[in-house]
Design a protein around this ligand. Structure first.
Ligand SMILES: Nc1nc2c(ncn2[C@@H]2O[C@H](COP(=O)(O)OP(=O)(O)O)[C@@H](O)[C@H]2O)c(=O)[nH]1
Ligand SMILES: [Mg+2]
Length: 379
């Protein structure tokens, strides 16, 4: 506690590339541990939802050839164009515009194009079927959590969780926004970084350049963050997010689209393990420190983090989460509050041999003692 009996806040920063789920987690925290969403926030999200809908329409219309649009479109083209523009000039969709959007969505042929051309399938399947109810009621918590909103302003919100205070910093993750990160690291000690990497990004590209694979971008960014000189004393927790979408997608699409060296099956656990190993390798891999002037390279690469977290932690400090599961969100919050405690318990449970319960004690003893017998890894 700080002087005056006030709880000392743990500063937790959300990092990760764009659309990895940082702001969604922040919104969940607001619902679970904060005051929820006030009227202003709900009003603001009405605009965001309208923009999301217009964006989906724009992508669909852009995907069609002009003559295709002319022959297939069930409503006059100027009406569609006006609707696409609405997001730019108006804060809400008028009843007529909603009607137009609905006609397009309900048209069988157009509906196929929506599915084919949108880069926001999840937002589409959530909001398009409930277009008619959108104008009547203020957005629900779930609407606010689901819509897609670009983060350009850094926010810091304090919550009380389990009697402890947590100060959560959300920041933009797009490439152009990342220059804002270091000044925040510099300003005050960051106790914990929650590094979000979307598992379902394995077959998606960054919206910034429309070509870089999202999961590859996350891997590279993770490496930068674990080696960042201003974060050596911060605990870095890897949150592998959007596991629900990942689970669904891999049934039809192998992760070899992102990792050509993957030779496994489409099995969920096997695929997930492979991705986890890719992240671990970023940690164990070659140090970013340049070769010393005498040219001598040590046989084993040094841990890239000279103080703070040791190399064991990387393997331990991993969580898999989905916004659809509130238990996951609570787990991430608990982990951020007290990483050492949280992960030593999780680790002991995960490593507990099924038929020899007495060995569990050994697992606990290992805590903080470096590499133990059971921790063999392929470096
Ligand atoms: N299905 C699913 N969608 C998610 C999950 N986390 C985030 N999303 C969606 O992914 C999109 C981008 O998330 P956002 O939190 O804005 O990413 P940020 O750029 O890292 O802040 C939003 O539309 C979210 O609704 C998840 O765990 N599961
Ligand atoms: Mg965000």
């Amino acid at each position: 506690k700080e002087g005056g009996g006030k709880l000392k806040s743990k500063r937790v920063m959300l990092l990760g590339s764009s659309e990895s789920g940082k702001s969604t987690f922040a919104k969940q925290m607001q619902v679970l541990f904060g005051k929820g969403f006030d009227d202003d926030t709900r009003w603001h999200h009405k605009t965001i939802i309208a923009q999301n809908i217009c964006e989906i329409l724009r992508e669909t219309v852009d995907g069609l050839h002009k003559d295709e649009l002319d022959t297939r479109c069930p409503v006059p083209i100027p009406e569609v164009q006006q609707l696409i523009q609405a997001a730019l000039f108006e804060k809400r969709l008028s009843p007529d515009q909603i009607d137009t959007a609905q006609k397009l969505w309900k048209d069988e042929e157009m509906n196929q194009y929506f599915h084919k051309y949108t880069t926001m399938p999840q937002i589409m399947t959530y909001f398009m079927p409930k277009l008619d109810s959108l104008e009547e009621t203020p957005p629900t918590d779930q609407d606010i959590i689901t819509c897609r909103e670009l983060t350009s302003e850094t926010s810091e919100t304090t919550y009380e969780v389990d009697g402890l205070s947590i100060s959560l910093i959300d920041i933009g993750g797009r490439r152009g926004e990342r220059k804002k990160w270091t000044p925040v690291f510099n300003k005050e000690q960051i106790d914990v970084v929650l590094f979000f990497a979307s598992l379902s990004g394995y077959d998606e590209v960054l919206s910034e350049d429309m070509k870089t694979n999202r999961l590859q971008e996350s891997l590279n960014l993770y490496k930068e963050i674990i080696n960042h000189k201003h974060l050596v004393d911060s605990k870095i927790i890897l949150v592998l997010s959007q596991v629900d979408r990942f689970r669904e997608k891999i049934q039809n699409k192998s992760i070899d689209i992102c990792f050509p060296d993957y030779e496994g099956t489409n099995n969920f656990e096997e695929s997930l393990e492979f991705v986890k190993k890719k992240f671990h390798k970023k940690f164990h891999g070659e140090s970013l420190t340049p070769t010393p002037p005498n040219g001598h390279k040590s046989a084993r690469p040094k841990s890239p983090r000279p103080s703070g977290q040791n190399h064991l932690d990387c393997e331990k400090y991993v969580l898999v989460s989905s916004i659809l599961d509130l238990t996951d969100i609570k787990k991430v919050a608990m982990a951020a509050l007290n990483p050492d405690d949280f992960f030593s318990k999780e680790w002991a449970i995960a490593k507990r041999p099924e038929k020899q319960p007495e060995k569990e004690i050994k697992g606990k003893e290992r805590k903080g003692k470096g590499k133990g017998k059971g921790d063999k890894k392929e470096d």
